[in-house]
Design a protein around this ligand. Structure first.
Ligand SMILES: NC(=O)c1ccc[n+]([C@@H]2O[C@H](COP(=O)([O-])OP(=O)(O)OC[C@H]3O[C@@H](n4cnc5c(N)ncnc54)[C@H](OP(=O)(O)O)[C@@H]3O)[C@@H](O)[C@H]2O)c1
Length: 275
């Protein structure tokens, strides 16, 4: 079975549009982009387009790539104070000279629709999430849509980043899965991955996960976005792994669209909480 994130996200966006229409609210998202990295610009454009589609207002703040941390913090501070802005999204990665931790921590927790602020990550860890990061939350929504059971399942996550691996582990733990998190220092990675009923890869290496690393019947979720010979591919060798998996996400069209839909849902949530 192909887990069609594009179709599920379309359905969720249509539903959200209706809910926003009926709510009488006009949520607003501010995106902050520092510099002119083409991939970051493309992601931000996609987020603005999704806003327009569901009835969320959006403001794009563009800051020159050679700016200081102080300059970015001033911008965030203005958005924190602006009562018309419900959600703030800082597009990562930031240029090297910017202190990313300081910027993330500067976002008002009630407007932190990316869910990266330590307070929001802490709430997630404590089992009482306010905003869960969009990619892992989007994966939970995708699995739920396909009624894939999670409680009691053995989930193995490859990658321990703040935006994917770690919050993914927390969401899965909160959903009663038994969770293993792997990373570059994991001994015998293949053996760990082969234990998975649900395998989630967020490593960032093209076609790294091969058929022999996947248990027969496993559900495979591919978060990776990598360039290979001019094509966009995941971490998973899709053609090989689909022969053994019971369900698998494609790249593109799997996790990516779910991430954007979840950002819209988090922004609406922020608007309902503040109003
Ligand atoms: N679809 C989406 O919406 C979406 C959203 C976010 C990210 N992504 C994509 O997902 C991928 C991961 O993103 P990220 O931000 O989580 O990346 P990241 O911050 O670079 O983290 C990568 C993780 O993979 C681990 N890793 C690297 N090589 C490994 C190896 N050979 N064996 C085992 N673990 C290894 C690293 O281990 P260490 O911690 O030990 O270094 C790290 O924990 C990227 O391709 C990114 O573009 C997609």
């Amino acid at each position: 079975m192909i887990l069609d994130g594009k179709a599920v996200s379309e359905k969720r966006l249509e539903f959200l549009k209706e809910v926003i229409g009926e709510s009488g609210l006009y949520p607003r998202l501010a995106t902050v982009i520092v510099g002119n990295d083409p991939a970051s610009q493309m992601y931000v454009r996609m987020k603005h387009r999704a806003c327009e589609r569901v009835g969320i207002g959006s403001v794009g703040i563009e800051i020159p790539g050679d700016s200081t941390t102080k300059k970015v913090l001033e911008s965030i501070s203005g958005l924190n104070r602006d009562a018309d802005i419900n959600g703030i999204l800082v597009q990562l990665p930031l240029p090297e000279q910017i202190d990313t931790d300081k910027v993330i921590t500067a976002v008002k927790t009630e407007k932190d629709v990316d869910g990266f602020h330590p307070t929001n990550l802490g709430l997630l860890m404590s089992g009482k999430p306010r905003f869960a990061p969009c990619t892992p939350k989007g994966i939970m929504n995708l699995l739920e849509d396909y009624r894939i059971p999670i409680a009691g399942e053995r989930v193995v996550i490859a990658g321990r980043s703040i935006d994917v691996g770690r919050p993914m582990a927390a969401l899965m733990t909160n959903a009663d899965a038994t969770v293993t998190v792997c990373h570059s220092r994991t001994r015998n990675l293949s053996a760990e991955l082969r234990q998975a009923d649900i395998l989630i890869s967020a490593i960032g290496k093209a076609h790294f996960i091969t058929q022999d690393m996947v248990k027969s019947g496993a559900v495979v979720v591919d978060v990776g976005i990598n360039q290979l010979n001019g094509n966009l591919v995941g971490d998973v060798d899709f053609d090989g792994v689909k022969k053994v998996a019971s369900a698998i996400t494609p790249v593109p069209g799997g996790v990516g669209p779910m991430t954007i839909a979840t950002l819209m849902e988090n922004t609406f949530l922020a608007a309902t909480r503040i109003s």
